[in-house]
Structures are given as structure tokens and as C-alpha cells.
Design a protein around this ligand. Sequence first.
Ligand SMILES: Cc1cc2nc3c(=O)[nH]c(=O)nc-3n(C[C@H](O)[C@H](O)[C@H](O)COP(=O)(O)O)c2cc1C
Length: 320
Amino acid sequence: MTVSVTDALAAAADAARLAPSIHNTQPWRWVVRGDRLELYAVADRQLREQDPDGRLMVLSCGAALHHALVGLAAEGWSGRVERPAGEPLAVVHAERHDPADPHAMRRMQLLRVRRTDRRVVSDEPVPADVRQALVDAARRGGARLHVLNRDQVLQLAVMIEHSGEAQQHDERMRAETATWVGGSRPEGTGLPDAVIPAELPLTTVAERDFGVSGSLTAGAGHDTAASYAVLYGDGDEPGNWLRAGEALSEVWLSATANGATVLPLSSPVELGFTRQALRRMLGETGYAYLVLRLGTADPDHAGPPHTPRLPAEQVIETVE
Ligand SMILES: Cc1cc2nc3c(=O)[nH]c(=O)nc-3n(C[C@H](O)[C@H](O)[C@H](O)COP(=O)(O)O)c2cc1C
């Protein structure tokens, strides 16, 4: 069966629906235009209070772009990405058609099982070789990953306490979170109860408090076996945020392949003072895009369920 370029690009955009995004806002829109696939950010689903500059919106779009490329490869196509300054954020061109190789198909399967895990991490620390694999994955994806040492984890715990508190005291931010968690969010977006812990676990580095208790049994352990890492890079422009999202997706794919769990913690990058503190912690060698908690997946327990997604027709448009 020969699949047309247009169909392959539409299938790639469909694969991108699985990408992670801040509060599951899915702030992307794809336009399939002949042999081009265009990626746009959707300002209607931007978090105006928590993400006024659109960093996390564009980062989420970058994760979707990476998913689209993995989807394309799984169908036997290789994608070339054009990155215009401005709109669209990216244009994908499908270049040649080979029989899909098993490695490319496996990568797509990994993205299908990937999910955010807010349960307490298991007692098994993430092995050094897996941590290194994640550092390498970030670089492949176009950013860098710094795994924090013990002192830096304690500094992070303080930063997150400060950013979390500042957000709890900001009525508009609280209201914004409430619209994506429960609330009257568009169907197919936001966080269902089933992925939110019933009780916030007692950890050194706090998880995000969504202001509601869900139905996820998070476990009674601690986070002593967790690793924490900062995804960072050279610039603080939309092009860098897009790359950061691609890197996040590549890191998460590698984590899933290696039995590691990932929980993004974005509150410290949402506020200027903690974002600067993270930058100082990196020795001013780069700009912090996102904090990640890494753990070892517990093989005896299935992970939390998948969050819903917007239907394809709301995020993909085919133009003749
Ligand atoms: C940029 C970004 C920031 C995120 N920040 C947080 C966070 O602070 N706390 C959290 O629990 N989840 C966070 N998430 C995870 C999203 O809520 C999650 O990706 C989304 O709900 C979709 O669920 P899934 O990853 O299980 O597919 C973040 C994800 C992204 C891409």
C-alpha cells in the first residue's frame, strides 16, 4: 500500500496528539498543506497567568513536534523541519520513504505508553547509566539536562516551596489552575481526578498542589530515591523553547525505554524569581526551561491512566 505524503503528514499530526503539555492544554494546531505540515501555537489554550510569555506553551508544542517526527519515522518517512522565525512555529517536510524499521516503530510504541506519573517514586534510585542516557537524549533533542546533586536538590526544594506558595497566594493563578483541573475546561483537555494524588505525598521536593484531591493512590513513601534534573539551554527565545520541548519528548522516550518515570515540575520556571534562582544554580551556563523528577517505575503496579486528548478534528486541519 502506498501512503501519500499528505496522509503520512496527517498521521504524524495525529501521533502528536499524545504529547505531554502544561496542564494538558494541548496548545497546538496542525495544518496539513499538501506536502507540508505546519505547527501553530494556540493562544486560546495558553495559560495567561502562569505562562504569560508562552514559554511552556511553545515547549509543549515542541514536544508535539517531536512526537510528529517519531510518528512519521514509524511510518517509514523521514522529516525535515524548517523553523521560520514567527508563525508557523515549524514546518515539517516528509522527505523519503523507506520500509519502516522496527526501531522507529518501537519508538512510537514508547510514546503511546508514556505518561506523567505523580505517584511517589519507588525505592530504587535511577541507575547512573540511565541518568546518563537521559542526559544524552536531551542533547540529541536539542537542549541539555543537568542532574542535580544533593545540595542542589535541597535548594530546589526551597525554590519550589517559594514558587508554590506565591502561586497559592495569587488568586488569579489559583483560578486559572482550577479551570484546567476539574472546572469548565474544554472537553478532552485538562487533568482528570484519576491522575491527581488523593493526598499530596510527604516529599522533600513538593509536587504541584493543584488545589484539589484526586483519586490516584500516590503511595506512602518518600522521594529520597528520586533524582531531580533541570532541562536547560543557551537561549530564552521561542526557538529555544521549541527545542526544549523536543528534548523533553526525547528524554521521556528514553526514560520510558529504560523503566524510568518522569514528572515535570514547572512552577519554579513560571515565576521570574525562581527561574532566575535556577539559572544561578546552573552557574549561569544556561536558561532553565523545566524541572523534572525522575524515578524508577514500579514493575508491580500499573501506572496512572492516560489523560484524555482533544479529538483530531479540533487540532488537525487539512487544506487542499
Ligand atoms: C511544560 C510542561 C509542564 C508541566 N508541569 C507539570 C507540573 O508542574 N506538575 C505536574 O504534575 N505535571 C506537569 N506536567 C505534566 C502534564 O500535566 C501532562 O503532560 C498532561 O497532563 C498530559 O498527561 P500525560 O503526560 O500523562 O500524557 C507538565 C507538562 C509539560 C509538558
